[in-house]
Write a protein that binds this ligand. Structure first.
Ligand code: GSH
Length: 194
């Protein structure tokens, strides 16, 4: 499998961590978003949306969208609950991540860390919704080690990607102690450096 990804992107790291956790062989092709390497004719032929992560499976078929990719890689593994309700709860988090978390927490981080914006200059709506997303995680993790079924699933991998670097977007993780403890647990389970 070939993974086209940018190492600064949480969406791309979700794919790398899932492949590493499951012991899947892959070739990582660093694709620099800041240099518009996702917008070249060659890349657009792989993914017309012009975005990483994009993978080319061993049989040559392409697949994009981080959460779709990790679902495909983890099919049949312990990262997806066998129980239908728990699996649906995991999917609930994955859809929420893309609509209510990533657009605020990741966008704030991109603007501050990579576009040089001061956190005070961020659009208030981004900050408010980012904080609301972190607060929702904080509440969900009260008394829980992981988001679903009491163990590591794709919900944790997807949501930890941008949550663990939220401070780069001006958010204060110290305000969310359950989230901080969960980040450490997920990083340990995935064997990724804190
Ligand atoms: N919803 C997509 C988002 C993908 C995305 O926004 N990728 C960014 C990097 S994090 C990108 O490729 N941006 C480059 C561009 O749009 O040209 C996913 O989860 O994979």
């Amino acid at each position: 499998m070939r993974i086209y990804g940018d190492s600064i992107s949480g969406n791309c790291l979700k794919v790398k961590w899932t492949a590493d956790f499951l012991g899947r062989a892959y070739q990582w092709i660093e694709t620099d978003v800041l240099k518009a390497e996702t917008r070249t004719p060659a890349f657009l032929a792989l993914n017309p949306a012009g975005q990483v992560p994009t993978v080319i499976l061993d049989d040559g078929r392409p697949l994009a969208q981080s959460n779709a990719i990790i679902l495909h890689l983890a099919e049949g593994s312990r990262l997806i609950p066998a129980d239908a309700y728990q699996r649906a709860r995991m999917l609930e988090w994955l859809f929420w991540e893309q609509y209510s978390h990533e657009p605020y927490v990741a966008v704030a981080r991109f603007q501050v860390r990579y576009q040089g914006k001061r956190p005070e200059a961020l659009e208030p709506r981004i900050v408010e919704r980012g904080r609301a997303a972190l607060q929702r995680l904080e509440a969900a993790l009260a008394g829980e080690a992981f988001l679903v079924a009491g163990r590591l699933t794709l919900a944790d991998i997807s949501l930890v990607a941008y949550t663990r670097v939220a401070e780069e977007g001006g958010f204060r993780l110290a305000d969310y102690p359950n989230v901080q403890a969960w980040i450490a647990r997920v990083e340990q389970a995935l064997k990724i450096a804190a």
